[in-house]
Design a protein around this ligand. Structure first.
Ligand code: ZN
Length: 318
């Protein structure tokens, strides 16, 4: 039905955001509440239901619920496999919510990165695009691939962990995953801070202070020409360009979307060197096919609301 709407819920480490949105991505309602990540699951579930049921009562044309959670998700079983910042392991969120809903509705649970990619495809920069790479450059580095209109899914629901592909396994900085030189140690928020700290002794004239290095300061000072800040941002752009070149040669997308706080805040610094780094490393035919864009969605809950529509389209396909 044309006037059907879905509910989107994005569960983050600090807040849970809810939207009611239609198929065109128009938001009819938006609200949020603190996640209280330390609370036990039963309490979090109760707080989610206290938001969902009044929305279901108020909007009788709700036809589904999409939920995005951090970390790997088994979307077939509706299980959040490991959301470290929520303290969740193997949480059967879909069925737990389904049991308590005012009326039966299909619930689609997925990783928040996949939800962001699907949101872009339905409502954002990837509208009408069949082959697209979605990169989140934020505190960490992750991504999703839409290939021939479908999300790429792996054997253990942990695909596209591009942040943990190592560029320098011998001399690179130690990554949280245990390897050295992962892309995330160069091309992410925590990566640029770690790189600046590691090199600060070589730049006595830098205005970055080892006591208070933040991504915000690095971006600001890189814009003013501070040599260390510029170095760190150029390294990040170069590493992202390498990551893009690999993905462009592997998946042959027509679009790469950059989402995440670092990409958004420093696109004016990253775009040109990133593009050069990518272009130098991918096959000409693949390079000619691809364009780069910043995310146009910037709303995790709206992305989650798109999961229900996407699922419907997938079921419609032969
Ligand atoms: Zn790693």
């Amino acid at each position: 039905m044309a006037d059907e709407i879905t509910i989107g819920l994005d569960i983050g480490g600090t807040k849970m955001a809810f939207v009611v949105a239609d198929r065109q991505g128009n938001i009819h309602h938006a609200s949020s509440l603190p996640t209280e990540a330390q609370a036990d699951f039963a309490l979090t579930l109760k707080r989610i239901i206290e938001q969902l049921n009044p929305l279901i009562a108020r909007y009788e044309n709700v036809c589904g619920i999409g939920i995005g959670v951090p970390g790997p998700v088994d979307s077939v079983r509706g299980v959040a496999l490991h959301a470290a910042n929520l303290g969740w392991k193997n949480v059967g969120l879909r069925d737990a919510i389904a049991e308590l809903l005012l009326r039966p509705l299909p619930i689609y649970l997925d990783n928040d990165v996949n939800a962001g990619a699907i949101g872009e495809k339905l409502f954002g920069a990837a509208k009408g695009v069949s082959n697209c790479l979605y990169l989140i450059v934020g505190t960490g580095l992750g991504g999703a691939v839409i290939s021939n209109n479908r999300l790429l899914r792996g054997a253990s629901n942990s695909e596209m962990e591009i942040g943990h592909v190592s560029l320098d396994p011998i001399n690179g900085l130690l990554c949280a995953c245990g390897q050295r030189g992962c892309l995330e140690t160069t091309a992410s928020g925590k990566g640029i801070v770690a790189q600046a700290l590691d090199r600060i002794g070589d730049y006595p004239h830098s205005r970055l202070s080892s006591k208070a290095i933040t991504t915000h300061e690095i971006i600001r000072l890189a814009g003013e020409g501070d040599a260390l800040a510029v170095k760190v941002m150029n390294q990040a752009a170069d590493a992202l360009g390498i990551a893009c070149a690999w993905c462009v040669n592997l998946f042959n997308p027509s679009l790469i979307i950059f989402a995440g706080g670092l990409a958004r805040a420093s696109w004016h610094l990253l775009e040109k060197p990133l593009r050069q780094s990518m272009r130098a490393r991918c096959l000409p035919l693949n390079d000619e096919a691809v364009t780069l864009s910043l995310s146009k969605l910037n709303d995790g809950a709206l992305g989650a609301s798109a999961l229900a529509w996407h699922q419907e389209e997938q079921t419609d396909q032969p």
